[in-house]
Write a protein of this length. Sequence first.
Length: 200
Amino acid sequence: MRYFQAVSAQYKAIADYTANLVISRGDRIQTAVVRYKSPNLLRLDFSNPEGMVITVNDEKLKIWAPQYSVTFEQSLLGNNQGQLSMATTPRGLELMEKHYTIAYADSPGPVPLDDGSNEMVIKLRLNWKSNNEGFRNLELSINPSLKTIRRIKGITTTNESITFDFADIVLNRGIPITKFDYESPPYGNTIDNFLLDPEN
């Protein structure tokens, strides 16, 4: 789809960005600051749950869960489901285009983000091509001037709805690479390949 390809091209041109993220899953709310640096660095620092950190690169997903004193690590080599954790990166968008059919949700023109909202977005609907993906379908709300993702709404394989809201996006601010360095506290345990075996 041409418009989705234009969004992908925009993300490929971004050197780095920061955003405030709210994840809504039923009555559960998580909040974080997102940092991304091209080509493959992503870090989420959570304020709710406080202290949780997620880092992602092309090879590994790492989650520090302070409430359990556990670090979860997952190899992403050959793992498309894990790599969709990088949905708002060029790699994540490539995977969406590969594994989902994409169309405008209602019309190609801007529509309100929510009913009664003054914020206008372009909405795209993505449906999975096979049942191997983590989400049956996705709805992307795109900022029409920046061509950045404002919201992702996903329906999981168990029909659970999850919404990712990205606000206050700042592009190309020159984030130092050291901001993506993270070592889990030494007192915690580590669980490897908690999603699936990377060889399967």
